[in-house]
Design a binder for this molecule. Structure first.
Ligand SMILES: *Cc1c(COP(=O)(O)O)cnc(C)c1O
Length: 382
Protein backbone atom coordinates (compact mmCIF):
# COMPACT_ATOMS: atom_id res chain seq x y z
CA UNK A 1 0.00 0.00 0.00
CA UNK A 2 1.36 3.36 -1.04
CA UNK A 3 1.14 6.06 1.58
CA UNK A 4 -0.93 9.06 0.53
CA UNK A 5 -0.61 12.25 2.55
CA UNK A 6 -2.96 14.44 0.47
CA UNK A 7 -5.60 14.75 3.19
CA UNK A 8 -3.00 15.53 5.84
CA UNK A 9 -1.48 18.20 3.60
CA UNK A 10 -4.90 19.72 3.07
CA UNK A 11 -5.50 19.82 6.83
CA UNK A 12 -2.15 21.55 7.34
CA UNK A 13 -2.93 24.08 4.60
CA UNK A 14 -6.33 24.92 6.08
CA UNK A 15 -5.44 24.92 9.77
CA UNK A 16 -1.78 25.90 9.72
CA UNK A 17 -1.19 24.67 13.30
CA UNK A 18 1.95 25.73 15.16
CA UNK A 19 4.96 23.50 14.59
CA UNK A 20 6.16 20.99 15.43
CA UNK A 21 3.08 18.83 15.11
CA UNK A 22 2.05 15.38 14.05
CA UNK A 23 -1.08 14.82 11.97
CA UNK A 24 -2.55 11.31 11.91
CA UNK A 25 -5.26 10.17 9.50
CA UNK A 26 -7.43 7.69 11.41
CA UNK A 27 -9.00 6.39 8.20
CA UNK A 28 -5.55 5.26 7.09
CA UNK A 29 -5.06 3.53 10.46
CA UNK A 30 -8.32 1.61 9.99
CA UNK A 31 -7.40 0.73 6.39
CA UNK A 32 -3.97 -0.50 7.45
CA UNK A 33 -5.55 -2.65 10.16
CA UNK A 34 -7.92 -4.23 7.65
CA UNK A 35 -5.08 -4.82 5.22
CA UNK A 36 -2.99 -6.43 7.96
CA UNK A 37 -5.86 -8.65 9.05
CA UNK A 38 -6.43 -9.78 5.46
CA UNK A 39 -2.74 -10.72 5.14
CA UNK A 40 -2.97 -12.97 8.21
CA UNK A 41 -6.43 -14.55 8.10
CA UNK A 42 -7.43 -16.26 11.34
CA UNK A 43 -4.66 -14.69 13.43
CA UNK A 44 -5.46 -12.73 16.59
CA UNK A 45 -4.12 -9.21 16.10
CA UNK A 46 -3.02 -7.15 19.08
CA UNK A 47 -1.86 -3.61 18.25
CA UNK A 48 1.19 -2.58 20.30
CA UNK A 49 -0.22 0.55 21.93
CA UNK A 50 3.16 2.17 22.60
CA UNK A 51 3.59 2.88 18.86
CA UNK A 52 0.88 5.53 19.02
CA UNK A 53 -1.58 5.67 21.94
CA UNK A 54 -3.64 8.64 20.70
CA UNK A 55 -7.27 7.88 21.64
CA UNK A 56 -8.63 8.43 18.08
CA UNK A 57 -6.05 5.92 16.80
CA UNK A 58 -7.31 3.38 19.34
CA UNK A 59 -10.92 4.19 18.37
CA UNK A 60 -10.16 3.44 14.71
CA UNK A 61 -8.57 0.12 15.70
CA UNK A 62 -11.45 -0.87 18.00
CA UNK A 63 -13.80 -0.18 15.08
CA UNK A 64 -11.61 -2.33 12.84
CA UNK A 65 -11.93 -5.20 15.31
CA UNK A 66 -8.29 -5.19 16.38
CA UNK A 67 -7.16 -6.11 19.90
CA UNK A 68 -4.34 -4.51 21.90
CA UNK A 69 -0.93 -5.38 23.30
CA UNK A 70 -0.38 -3.32 26.44
CA UNK A 71 2.76 -2.76 28.49
CA UNK A 72 1.13 -1.95 31.82
CA UNK A 73 -1.94 -0.68 33.70
CA UNK A 74 -2.01 2.79 32.10
CA UNK A 75 -2.15 1.47 28.53
CA UNK A 76 -4.68 -1.15 29.66
CA UNK A 77 -6.98 1.49 31.17
CA UNK A 78 -6.60 3.63 28.07
CA UNK A 79 -7.74 0.77 25.80
CA UNK A 80 -10.63 -0.26 28.06
CA UNK A 81 -11.68 3.39 28.16
CA UNK A 82 -11.95 3.37 24.37
CA UNK A 83 -14.22 0.34 24.44
CA UNK A 84 -11.73 -2.49 23.92
CA UNK A 85 -12.81 -5.92 25.17
CA UNK A 86 -10.38 -7.28 27.81
CA UNK A 87 -10.63 -10.65 26.04
CA UNK A 88 -8.85 -8.97 23.11
CA UNK A 89 -6.05 -7.49 25.21
CA UNK A 90 -2.64 -9.10 25.76
CA UNK A 91 -0.22 -7.94 28.45
CA UNK A 92 2.89 -8.43 26.33
CA UNK A 93 5.52 -6.80 28.51
CA UNK A 94 7.68 -9.47 30.19
CA UNK A 95 8.79 -6.88 32.78
CA UNK A 96 5.90 -6.30 35.16
CA UNK A 97 5.16 -5.85 38.83
CA UNK A 98 3.09 -8.49 40.62
CA UNK A 99 0.50 -5.86 41.53
CA UNK A 100 0.20 -4.83 37.89
CA UNK A 101 -0.42 -8.46 36.92
CA UNK A 102 -3.14 -8.66 39.56
CA UNK A 103 -4.63 -5.39 38.32
CA UNK A 104 -4.76 -6.60 34.72
CA UNK A 105 -6.24 -9.94 35.76
CA UNK A 106 -8.88 -8.09 37.76
CA UNK A 107 -9.77 -6.12 34.64
CA UNK A 108 -10.26 -9.34 32.70
CA UNK A 109 -6.93 -9.80 30.89
CA UNK A 110 -6.09 -13.49 30.41
CA UNK A 111 -3.19 -13.31 27.94
CA UNK A 112 0.39 -12.60 29.07
CA UNK A 113 3.99 -12.96 27.93
CA UNK A 114 6.82 -14.03 30.20
CA UNK A 115 10.51 -14.83 29.94
CA UNK A 116 11.74 -15.45 33.51
CA UNK A 117 10.95 -17.96 36.29
CA UNK A 118 9.98 -15.32 38.88
CA UNK A 119 7.51 -13.73 36.47
CA UNK A 120 5.97 -17.13 35.63
CA UNK A 121 5.50 -17.65 39.36
CA UNK A 122 3.86 -14.22 39.72
CA UNK A 123 1.50 -15.05 36.86
CA UNK A 124 0.58 -18.39 38.42
CA UNK A 125 -0.29 -16.59 41.61
CA UNK A 126 -1.94 -13.38 40.36
CA UNK A 127 -3.34 -14.43 36.96
CA UNK A 128 -4.38 -18.03 37.56
CA UNK A 129 -5.32 -20.09 34.53
CA UNK A 130 -4.18 -17.44 32.04
CA UNK A 131 -2.51 -18.03 28.70
CA UNK A 132 1.21 -17.27 28.97
CA UNK A 133 3.52 -17.12 25.97
CA UNK A 134 7.13 -17.85 26.88
CA UNK A 135 9.27 -15.39 24.95
CA UNK A 136 12.46 -16.81 23.47
CA UNK A 137 15.38 -14.80 22.17
CA UNK A 138 16.38 -15.56 18.59
CA UNK A 139 19.54 -15.76 16.60
CA UNK A 140 17.92 -13.74 13.84
CA UNK A 141 19.11 -10.90 11.59
CA UNK A 142 19.37 -7.52 13.31
CA UNK A 143 16.53 -5.10 12.81
CA UNK A 144 16.89 -1.32 12.64
CA UNK A 145 16.03 -1.04 16.34
CA UNK A 146 16.91 -4.45 17.88
CA UNK A 147 15.97 -5.41 21.44
CA UNK A 148 19.46 -6.79 22.16
CA UNK A 149 19.46 -9.18 25.11
CA UNK A 150 16.92 -7.33 27.20
CA UNK A 151 14.04 -9.74 26.47
CA UNK A 152 13.58 -13.44 25.91
CA UNK A 153 15.00 -16.53 27.54
CA UNK A 154 17.49 -18.77 25.76
CA UNK A 155 15.73 -21.53 23.78
CA UNK A 156 17.46 -24.07 26.08
CA UNK A 157 15.75 -22.45 29.08
CA UNK A 158 12.34 -22.13 27.43
CA UNK A 159 11.20 -25.71 27.97
CA UNK A 160 11.74 -25.33 31.73
CA UNK A 161 9.62 -22.18 31.72
CA UNK A 162 6.89 -23.88 29.67
CA UNK A 163 6.75 -26.79 32.11
CA UNK A 164 6.89 -24.42 35.07
CA UNK A 165 3.93 -22.46 33.67
CA UNK A 166 1.94 -25.67 33.09
CA UNK A 167 2.70 -26.84 36.64
CA UNK A 168 1.31 -23.59 37.97
CA UNK A 169 -1.95 -24.05 36.11
CA UNK A 170 -1.16 -21.59 33.32
CA UNK A 171 -1.67 -22.32 29.62
CA UNK A 172 1.77 -22.01 28.02
CA UNK A 173 2.58 -21.02 24.45
CA UNK A 174 5.64 -19.57 22.73
CA UNK A 175 6.42 -15.97 21.71
CA UNK A 176 9.27 -14.27 19.93
CA UNK A 177 9.91 -10.77 18.61
CA UNK A 178 12.33 -10.27 15.75
CA UNK A 179 13.15 -6.64 16.63
CA UNK A 180 11.35 -3.53 15.49
CA UNK A 181 11.63 -2.23 11.90
CA UNK A 182 12.78 -5.66 10.69
CA UNK A 183 13.26 -5.52 6.91
CA UNK A 184 14.42 -9.15 6.65
CA UNK A 185 11.44 -11.47 6.26
CA UNK A 186 13.63 -14.52 6.96
CA UNK A 187 13.71 -13.53 10.66
CA UNK A 188 10.24 -15.02 11.26
CA UNK A 189 10.97 -18.49 9.82
CA UNK A 190 13.90 -18.72 12.27
CA UNK A 191 11.55 -18.01 15.17
CA UNK A 192 8.84 -20.32 13.86
CA UNK A 193 11.33 -23.21 13.57
CA UNK A 194 12.59 -22.59 17.13
CA UNK A 195 9.00 -22.49 18.38
CA UNK A 196 8.06 -25.72 16.58
CA UNK A 197 10.96 -27.50 18.29
CA UNK A 198 9.67 -26.32 21.67
CA UNK A 199 6.11 -27.39 20.85
CA UNK A 200 7.50 -30.89 20.18
CA UNK A 201 9.58 -30.98 23.36
CA UNK A 202 6.68 -29.80 25.49
CA UNK A 203 4.41 -32.43 23.95
CA UNK A 204 6.97 -35.08 24.84
CA UNK A 205 6.57 -33.92 28.44
CA UNK A 206 2.81 -34.12 28.22
CA UNK A 207 2.16 -30.41 27.75
CA UNK A 208 0.12 -29.58 24.63
CA UNK A 209 0.75 -25.99 23.56
CA UNK A 210 -1.69 -24.34 21.18
CA UNK A 211 -0.61 -20.74 20.78
CA UNK A 212 2.26 -19.02 18.98
CA UNK A 213 2.88 -15.29 19.29
CA UNK A 214 4.86 -13.94 16.31
CA UNK A 215 5.32 -10.47 17.85
CA UNK A 216 5.68 -7.31 15.80
CA UNK A 217 8.57 -5.92 13.81
CA UNK A 218 6.92 -5.43 10.41
CA UNK A 219 8.84 -2.60 8.78
CA UNK A 220 7.64 0.55 7.06
CA UNK A 221 9.25 2.48 4.25
CA UNK A 222 11.28 5.57 5.06
CA UNK A 223 14.12 6.47 2.71
CA UNK A 224 14.65 2.90 1.58
CA UNK A 225 11.85 0.58 0.54
CA UNK A 226 11.03 -2.44 2.71
CA UNK A 227 9.26 -5.64 1.58
CA UNK A 228 5.49 -5.37 1.12
CA UNK A 229 3.25 -6.92 3.77
CA UNK A 230 2.51 -9.79 1.38
CA UNK A 231 6.19 -10.80 1.46
CA UNK A 232 6.13 -11.05 5.26
CA UNK A 233 2.84 -12.96 5.13
CA UNK A 234 4.06 -15.50 2.60
CA UNK A 235 7.39 -16.07 4.41
CA UNK A 236 5.44 -16.69 7.61
CA UNK A 237 2.82 -18.91 5.95
CA UNK A 238 5.38 -21.16 4.30
CA UNK A 239 7.46 -21.39 7.49
CA UNK A 240 4.34 -22.47 9.38
CA UNK A 241 3.60 -25.13 6.76
CA UNK A 242 7.17 -26.43 7.01
CA UNK A 243 7.53 -26.30 10.79
CA UNK A 244 4.01 -27.34 11.78
CA UNK A 245 3.10 -30.01 9.18
CA UNK A 246 0.46 -31.47 11.50
CA UNK A 247 -1.49 -28.20 11.65
CA UNK A 248 -0.84 -24.59 12.61
CA UNK A 249 -1.06 -23.35 16.15
CA UNK A 250 -3.36 -20.47 16.96
CA UNK A 251 -1.47 -17.32 15.92
CA UNK A 252 -1.10 -14.03 17.71
CA UNK A 253 0.47 -10.97 16.07
CA UNK A 254 1.49 -7.73 17.76
CA UNK A 255 2.06 -5.16 15.03
CA UNK A 256 2.82 -1.61 16.12
CA UNK A 257 4.68 0.51 13.62
CA UNK A 258 3.17 -1.03 10.50
CA UNK A 259 -0.38 -0.02 11.44
CA UNK A 260 0.30 3.64 12.18
CA UNK A 261 3.58 4.92 10.66
CA UNK A 262 2.16 5.66 7.20
CA UNK A 263 -0.93 7.27 8.71
CA UNK A 264 1.13 10.16 10.10
CA UNK A 265 3.10 13.16 8.94
CA UNK A 266 5.12 15.50 11.09
CA UNK A 267 5.60 19.15 10.22
CA UNK A 268 8.59 21.07 11.54
CA UNK A 269 10.11 24.52 11.08
CA UNK A 270 13.73 25.47 10.58
CA UNK A 271 14.93 27.37 13.65
CA UNK A 272 18.42 28.23 12.45
CA UNK A 273 20.94 27.46 9.74
CA UNK A 274 24.65 27.78 10.63
CA UNK A 275 27.94 26.74 9.08
CA UNK A 276 30.39 24.88 11.34
CA UNK A 277 33.54 23.02 10.27
CA UNK A 278 32.53 23.35 6.65
CA UNK A 279 29.22 21.65 7.23
CA UNK A 280 25.80 23.27 7.02
CA UNK A 281 23.84 22.63 10.21
CA UNK A 282 20.06 22.89 9.99
CA UNK A 283 18.41 23.13 13.41
CA UNK A 284 14.75 22.12 13.49
CA UNK A 285 12.03 22.67 16.09
CA UNK A 286 11.74 18.87 16.34
CA UNK A 287 14.51 16.71 17.79
CA UNK A 288 15.39 13.66 19.82
CA UNK A 289 13.45 14.81 22.88
CA UNK A 290 10.18 16.00 21.39
CA UNK A 291 9.37 13.20 18.99
CA UNK A 292 12.33 11.87 17.04
CA UNK A 293 13.75 9.48 19.65
CA UNK A 294 14.15 6.83 16.98
CA UNK A 295 16.79 8.95 15.26
CA UNK A 296 19.09 7.70 18.04
CA UNK A 297 22.16 6.21 16.36
CA UNK A 298 20.44 7.33 13.14
CA UNK A 299 18.56 4.01 13.30
CA UNK A 300 15.49 5.36 11.57
CA UNK A 301 16.22 7.89 8.83
CA UNK A 302 13.00 9.74 8.06
CA UNK A 303 12.21 11.41 4.78
CA UNK A 304 12.60 15.19 5.07
CA UNK A 305 10.79 17.26 2.44
CA UNK A 306 10.58 21.06 2.05
CA UNK A 307 6.97 22.29 2.12
CA UNK A 308 7.49 25.33 -0.09
CA UNK A 309 9.31 25.53 -3.41
CA UNK A 310 12.89 26.75 -3.20
CA UNK A 311 14.89 28.18 -6.08
CA UNK A 312 18.44 27.04 -6.59
CA UNK A 313 20.34 23.86 -5.85
CA UNK A 314 20.32 21.41 -2.94
CA UNK A 315 23.34 20.81 -0.76
CA UNK A 316 24.37 18.49 2.09
CA UNK A 317 23.21 19.21 5.63
CA UNK A 318 23.56 18.00 9.19
CA UNK A 319 20.15 17.90 10.88
CA UNK A 320 19.81 18.67 14.59
CA UNK A 321 17.11 19.32 17.18
CA UNK A 322 16.36 22.51 19.11
CA UNK A 323 17.42 21.61 22.66
CA UNK A 324 20.56 22.50 24.63
CA UNK A 325 21.71 18.87 24.63
CA UNK A 326 24.72 17.68 22.69
CA UNK A 327 23.00 14.40 21.84
CA UNK A 328 20.10 16.19 20.23
CA UNK A 329 21.59 15.72 16.77
CA UNK A 330 19.44 13.81 14.30
CA UNK A 331 21.63 12.97 11.30
CA UNK A 332 25.31 13.73 10.84
CA UNK A 333 26.41 10.50 9.11
CA UNK A 334 23.31 9.69 7.07
CA UNK A 335 23.52 11.88 3.97
CA UNK A 336 20.71 14.43 3.69
CA UNK A 337 20.39 17.20 1.09
CA UNK A 338 18.17 20.26 1.35
CA UNK A 339 17.89 23.49 -0.64
CA UNK A 340 20.87 25.81 -0.19
CA UNK A 341 18.42 28.70 0.17
CA UNK A 342 16.73 27.12 3.20
CA UNK A 343 16.51 29.49 6.18
CA UNK A 344 14.81 30.19 9.50
CA UNK A 345 11.04 29.84 9.34
CA UNK A 346 11.03 27.48 6.36
CA UNK A 347 8.89 24.44 6.90
CA UNK A 348 9.74 20.78 6.35
CA UNK A 349 7.54 17.66 6.32
CA UNK A 350 8.51 14.25 7.63
CA UNK A 351 6.06 11.75 6.14
CA UNK A 352 5.53 8.26 7.58
CA UNK A 353 6.05 9.38 11.19
CA UNK A 354 2.85 8.11 12.83
CA UNK A 355 4.72 5.51 14.92
CA UNK A 356 7.05 6.00 17.88
CA UNK A 357 7.14 9.79 17.67
CA UNK A 358 4.55 11.52 19.88
CA UNK A 359 4.63 8.63 22.37
CA UNK A 360 8.37 9.14 22.89
CA UNK A 361 8.31 12.91 23.47
CA UNK A 362 9.60 14.17 26.82
CA UNK A 363 7.31 16.15 29.11
CA UNK A 364 9.18 19.44 29.19
CA UNK A 365 12.89 19.12 28.45
CA UNK A 366 14.09 22.70 27.95
CA UNK A 367 10.46 23.70 28.45
CA UNK A 368 9.47 22.21 25.12
CA UNK A 369 6.02 20.66 25.24
CA UNK A 370 5.32 17.10 24.07
CA UNK A 371 4.68 16.72 20.37
CA UNK A 372 1.13 17.80 19.65
CA UNK A 373 -0.96 15.29 17.65
CA UNK A 374 -3.93 16.23 15.46
CA UNK A 375 -6.07 13.27 14.46
CA UNK A 376 -8.21 13.66 11.36
CA UNK A 377 -10.62 11.41 9.47
CA UNK A 378 -13.64 9.50 10.70
CA UNK A 379 -12.33 8.99 14.25
CA UNK A 380 -10.45 12.28 14.35
CA UNK A 381 -10.74 14.94 17.03
CA UNK A 382 -8.93 17.83 15.35
C1 LIG B 1 6.97 -2.83 20.76
C2 LIG B 1 6.39 -4.19 20.75
C3 LIG B 1 5.67 -4.64 19.64
C4 LIG B 1 5.51 -3.82 18.38
O1 LIG B 1 6.65 -3.81 17.61
P1 LIG B 1 6.62 -3.11 16.16
O2 LIG B 1 8.01 -3.27 15.70
O3 LIG B 1 6.20 -1.70 16.31
O4 LIG B 1 5.68 -3.89 15.31
C5 LIG B 1 5.09 -5.87 19.72
N1 LIG B 1 5.22 -6.66 20.80
C6 LIG B 1 5.92 -6.26 21.89
C7 LIG B 1 6.01 -7.16 23.06
C8 LIG B 1 6.53 -5.02 21.89
O5 LIG B 1 7.22 -4.63 22.97
Amino acid sequence: MCADFTRIHRFLEERDPPTPCLVVDTDVVAARAREFGAAFPGALIRYAVKANPAPPVLDALVAAGIGFDVAGPAELELCLGRGADPADIAYGNPIKKPRDIAFAFGRGVREFTSDAPADVDHLGRYAPGSAVSIRVVLDAPDSATPFGRKFGCAPAEALDLVLRAAERGLRPGIAFHVGSQQPDVTAWPIGIAAAAKLFGEAAAHGVAMTRLNLGGGFATTHRTAVPPLAAYASAIASALDTSFPGGRPELLLEPGRVLVADAGLLRTEVVLVAHRDERRWVYLDIGRYNGLAEAENEAIAYRVEPVDAHDGPDGPVVLAGPTCDGDDVLYQRTPYRLPVSLGSGDRLDLPGTGAYTASYASVAFNGIEPLRTYCIGRWGDA
